[in-house]
Structure formats: structure tokens, C-alpha cells
Design a protein around this ligand. Structure first.
Ligand code: IPE
Length: 271
């Protein structure tokens, strides 16, 4: 059996600028494709981001920087509120998948994960129970030092799950209306799609740190480089193009950016 892990970016499943506004299109596109994949015996894991169900409020309350003694009450309220919002968003994603006949099991990080960044801890055995699509999402998690809490990005969840679930062959990042990673801002008319990303590939990206409390495209690239150097192939594709996504998942030709496994002498991160 082989495994596929898919990240639905927050910008894809929400309107990033409108507080708590869900956009169902991408999940509706994905659901029937997932149904076919699971019936053919592929193990599927889904991670989703936060978009406007997390970043806006987390930013306002300074949650990414951890506990601030001068803002204790405000932050405590925001931690609860962001967690509740993330559960609401997750409920909408799961609702669409279940109405397509997909049996889902949700693992909110606040219940099993601690710490932020690639070294976060928590037992991922729970994702291995067969016969279900397991889901998790970027969340506010506890941190076992004076910062007390922080934001665990869905991209770091992707990294650990893709690397530590041994049968994973493919990790997919679904992007919001763009076909993959571009060598510069995709709005620039001279931008070209990077079809194959290697350690020598150069690209530029900017992070809208006024809105984003995690790492934007640069974090996805960093995480994808580590995933692919450990085995699974990584692909960035347009989350709104169902035909193309189906091609990728069924082994056909597709448009996107692929991170191929590094040759063994180039690998330095094997765990
Ligand atoms: C962020 O998770 C989680 C919160 C802000 C609570 P992600 O980093 O995975 O979210 P997106 O994909 O950028 O929205």
C-alpha cells in the first residue's frame, strides 16, 4: 500500500482577507478524487491551513510570539477563539468529504502535539489506523517553556507526517489558483513556472507578514526540500484544477512543480 499526503493551504480554502470566510470550491473538487484514491487502496492524509480562520486573530493577539505577560487575558481569549475557529473550519472541510462518502478521523494538534517548528513533538501513530482518511490542521499548541503556546503550521505537520509515515510516496501542496512555484512573483508577466525544483534552483518570494503568522511560500519550499530529501516526492499544483490534480494522483502528466528525491550523496537530512 502507498500513502499520499495533501495540504490544502489556508489561502485556498478561505478568503484570506475576510475574517472566517470559507471557500468550499477546492474541497469540493478534491472530494471525489479522494474517494477514488481511497477505494483503490491508497492511504490518504489531509492537512489544512488556517487562512482567515487563524492568521488574522492570531496576528492581532501576537500569538505566534507566545505568551506576553502584559496581554495575558487578551491572549488567553484569542487562543480559545482561534482554536474554536479552526475546529469550525475543519468541520466544514470534513462535512464536504463525508458527504462524498469519505470516512474521516480528525486529530486536532492541540490534543496531541506540543511545540512549534519542524521539531514539534507528539505521537503520530494515531494517523496510521487503516481504512480512514486522517485529517489535521495548523493550530495553536502548547509549548513547554516560558512561551507557553505558539502556532504550529500545517506545513510542519506535513513534514513530520510525510517523513515518518513510512509508506508515503507523494506529498502534495495545493495552491490557490497558481500552477506551482514561480521564479518570482507570479503576478509579474515575466514569471515562469519552476517545473523541477532542486537545491540549485533560485526563486524569489515575499511574505505578507502583516497577515501571515507562519511562513508563506518560503516555508513550503523549505519543508518540501526536507521531505523530498527523505524519500517522498513533493508536488505543488493548482488546488482549483481538478483535472490536473487527478492526473498527478493517478500517475499521468500534470502541470506543477516537483521536488524530486535528492541523490543519496546529496542527502544530509535522513532520519
Ligand atoms: C496556521 O497554519 C495556523 C494558525 C494560524 C492557527 P498554516 O500555516 O498551515 O496555515 P495557512 O495555510 O498559511 O493558512
Amino acid at each position: 500500500m502507498s500513502g499520499v499526503i495533501i495540504k490544502l493551504g489556508g489561502a485556498l480554502i478561505t478568503d484570506k482577507d475576510e475574517l472566517r470566510t470559507f471557500r468550499p470550491e477546492a474541497v469540493e473538487t478534491l472530494a471525489p478524487i479522494l474517494g477514488d484514491l481511497t477505494s483503490s487502496g491508497t492511504r490518504v492524509t489531509i492537512v489544512h491551513g488556517a487562512g482567515s480562520f487563524g492568521h488574522i486573530e492570531a496576528k492581532e493577539a501576537g500569538l505566534a510570539g507566545g505568551h506576553d505577560p502584559e496581554r495575558s487575558h487578551e491572549q488567553a481569549r484569542a487562543v480559545d477563539s482561534v482554536r474554536e475557529s479552526m475546529s469550525t473550519l475543519n468541520g466544514m472541510v470534513v462535512g464536504i468529504l463525508e458527504s462524498n462518502g469519505i470516512d474521516c478521523e480528525v486529530h486536532p494538534p492541540r490534543e496531541w502535539a506540543e511545540g512549534t517548528g519542524p521539531g514539534f513533538t507528539g505521537d503520530i501513530e494515531r494517523f496510521k489506523e487503516p481504512g480512514k482518511v486522517h485529517l489535521t490542521f495548523g493550530d495553536v499548541v502548547d509549548v513547554n517553556d516560558s512561551t507557553r503556546f505558539g502556532i504550529l503550521s500545517g506545513d510542519h505537520l506535513m513534514e513530520r507526517l510525510a517523513i515518518e509515515m513510512e509508506d508515503t510516496t507523494l506529498a502534495v501542496f495545493l495552491l490557490n489558483g497558481i500552477d506551482g512555484l514561480y521564479d518570482r512573483d507570479p503576478k509579474d508577466p515575466n514569471a515562469t513556472l519552476i517545473e523541477s525544483f532542486t537545491t540549485d534552483t533560485s526563486y524569489t518570494t515575499s511574505l505578507d507578514s502583516d497577515k501571515d503568522v507562519t511562513g508563506g511560500m518560503a516555508l513550503k519550499v523549505e519543508v518540501s526540500t526536507r521531505i523530498s530529501s527523505n524519500g517522498p516526492r513533493v508536488a505543488f499544483v493548482n488546488g482549483l484544477d481538478g483535472g490536473n490534480l487527478r492526473q498527478l494522483l493517478t500517475g499521468g502528466d500534470y502541470k506543477g512543480t516537483v521536488f524530486e528525491r535528492a541523490k543519496s550523496h546529496e542527502r544530509g537530512m535522513d532520519r
